[in-house]
Ligand binder design. Sequence first.
Ligand code: NAG
Ligand code: NAG
Ligand code: NAG
Ligand code: NAG
Ligand code: NAG
Ligand code: NAG
Length: 819
Amino acid sequence: MAMSHLLLLALLLASACTSSSASGNTLTQSGNLTGIRTLASPGDAFRLGLFAASNRSRWFLGIWFTVSPDTVVWVANRDSPLTSPSGVVEVSIGGALVLRDGASTVWSSSDYSNSSAAAGAVAAELRDTGNLVLADAAGTVLWQSFEHPTNTFLPEMRVGRSLATGAEWSLSSWRAADDPSPGEFRYVMATPRGGAPELHVWSGGRKVYRTGPWNGVRFSGIPEMTTFEDMFEFRFTAAAGEVSYMFRNRDGSPMSRVLLNESGVMQRMVWDKASGTWSNFWSGPRDQCDGYGRCGAFGVCNVVDALVCGCITGFVPRSAAEWYMRNTSGGCARRTPLRCGGSGGGDDGFYVLRGVKLPDTERTAEDASATLQECARRCLANCSCTAYAAADIRGGGSGCIQWFGDLVDTRFVDSGQDLYVRLAKSELAVADAPKNTRKFVAVITLVVTGFALLLLSLAFVIWRKVRRSERVTMLDGAVELMSGECPTYPMGIIRTATNGFCADNVIGRGGFGVVYKGQLPDGQHVAVKKLSAENTAQALNEFMNEVVLIANLQHRNLVRLLGCCVHCSERMLVYEYMSNKSLDFFIFAERRRALLSWKTRLDIILGIARGVLYLHQDSRLNIIHRDLKAANVLLDGDMVAKISDFGIARLFSTSADRQETITGRIIGTYGYMAPEYAMDGTMSFMQDVYSFGVLLLEIVSGRRNQRSFNLIAHAWGLWEGGRSRDLTDPAIRGGCTGGELGQAATCVQVALLCVQDCPSRRPPMADVIPMLLQQTAPGRPQRPVVCSNPAAAAAAALAVLAEITGGGNELTITSLEGR
Ligand SMILES: *[C@@H]1O[C@H](CO)[C@@H](O)[C@H](O)[C@H]1NC(C)=O
Ligand SMILES: *[C@@H]1O[C@H](CO)[C@@H](O)[C@H](O)[C@H]1NC(C)=O
Ligand SMILES: *[C@@H]1O[C@H](CO)[C@@H](O)[C@H](O)[C@H]1NC(C)=O
Ligand SMILES: *[C@@H]1O[C@H](CO)[C@@H](O)[C@H](O)[C@H]1NC(C)=O
Ligand SMILES: *[C@@H]1O[C@H](CO)[C@@H](O)[C@H](O)[C@H]1NC(C)=O
Ligand SMILES: *[C@@H]1O[C@H](CO)[C@@H](O)[C@H](O)[C@H]1NC(C)=O
């Protein structure tokens, strides 16, 4: 609101208050309202009068809250301002409310209604709801301001349309804070023929926001409405003659409003008496997923996903290249065409997309009386039906909305609804499998490995029991496994070693707990990882995963597990202590990174490569680490690199047909995540190769791949210009020999191969080592997509990521269908 003109208005009001109230709350055909006089509602909640905008240069007839005169809720002459407060408001002989400026009529209610139908004297009354009503002596309402809203939606007011008369009750924003003329945005009830109505915000000819259809309780896309239920009563009417929506304050007061502001945002505000201000309760669109059609046809928007947009199960991006460039407006296409064969569409079925705001209802058919089963049957029977959902979520869901054609503007919301998406039967088998397999595979992997190991270890335990008659606590599966897998340490020893888990001994916080430094009675330094107190299933899973995996791995470049300790419900792992902490502690630290000579760096690089190669193929288990990063590479006293943190690693079958799998949860760290994995959870050994490539660039350059700096694009630019050597960390570059700079350049080229967009173009780990050693020549990398237009594309992509992930570097993303 423009404070200046409204302050002025307030002053005028104050100076005129004695005379203004004289007019009461009605204006008869013999009365008039001039200059600074106002009409007050009976309880004086609202005032009607002239107010100024734009430095008193333009005057309007409007209604405002008496306690908040700068909150104008309705304006008569939006398009035709007066140039001075010289206007006269009166009820004409013909029975219309008019605003005159001298002899000319500036505004008249009869432009909007037919007042000649009036019987007897006509009067205008300002009610305590803020409604200005023009009625005849018989009480017939000839015209009312509530049927001609401007930018504000008040309690008791309707937004919608009369199907009988074609009248539309919609909001339109002001052009600017001090300009009430109609602006760019409109808030309109969409009433598709036969389909489900919903409210839209339009910007000119473009739909920018949808509330989603009414679901019996609230709008599908605004779950927050449920939380306001104690304050407001919402009513949606969809009868033969009218489709409308209204709300009222439960306390009966008129002191709340919904404003369509000049930026096209709906703001629900409530008057806070104590502070004398409006408090904002809710506004929409809330986030980028509320932007209409963000993810295109058959896409689904998820604000907590790194990529925001995904495709509904059974659909794939229409253009993978555009999608990868974060241009998701092209949407998704069906992977397997619908058969739509046979009677009743027996070849198709439905995938349940849970927890969503229902898609655009423009092409829908709604039947409130059908059951959900009937709805499914009808949808299958009509080849153009692509989805259905319950029209009313109460009582387990009833009624039927069918969608025809593209599903647009679907997003995940809190307590969202179920959308039944039609898919070919063959897709359903696939769609269902991962849902079960996800947990299943993880559990089975653990259980099967666990069981096998358990058998082995049981034998071992018995053997050891006999030998050492050592008491083994058997609490549960985890403990049995642990005690079998690794030597157990008594709790007392661990407690003493870590000074009673003293805070001073904390050296890190891992995926599932805290890591303490400790010293065993024999003088050996150890790192003790303690499972966090809240033994969540996730934490326990990761803990178990680590025990199972690492206890079976032995390699110079993997951190070594010395033993376990189980005490009551507490679980601990004891590792060899790494006196030089982790790699990121060195390479990203201004002073310390100069300590890492090129020779040391190359040793570290080769160490990591060997460690990963061991995980991938030399150990009998075949493991994808999934979270390779500088922080997970530890350095011992001799600066030997040791890979750690197997919390989210996966055992992997090596048979060729199982090269890829889809994981349920996408877990990893920003900057190291392979695009195909971030995008749809495709897991393969190449995921680690990608992370290794990023790590390689970081070690060479001493710079972090991050939102504000795309190291890959930077390296590509240098490589392409034949200046790979220039990527070498300036902290050591001066001291490098020509041969060493050549090695660094080779590393850059290998790294660029490792971060190729297409996983099949990345070299397997076994090929990487000879390349690093300059025994085989690395191939030519292709321009990674992030580099095509580094300035724009990468920045945009990274901005999207940054926005979602907030400050932290850690990403934990639930897959789209995972809810
Ligand atoms: C307004 O009404 C008063 C009497 O009620 C009358 O004297 C005055 O002339 C009117 N003003 C105009 C501009 O019609
Ligand atoms: C309003 O008046 C001030 C000073 O009198 C001037 O700076 C400003 O540009 C004016 N604004 C408009 C919209 O006329
Ligand atoms: C207004 O109403 C009168 C009487 O009901 C009718 O004769 C006249 O045609 C109407 N005018 C318009 C413009 O609808
Ligand atoms: C519209 O409302 C949004 C959300 O409350 C706010 O961020 C924005 O500044 C408002 N726009 C204007 C022009 O007041
Ligand atoms: C995004 O893709 C659409 C087609 O899918 C295309 O028309 C549009 O130009 C693209 N936008 C950008 C910014 O590349
Ligand atoms: C399928 O639905 C569309 C849209 O409602 C309708 O036009 C068409 O007649 C229906 N087809 C059949 C076979 O019912």
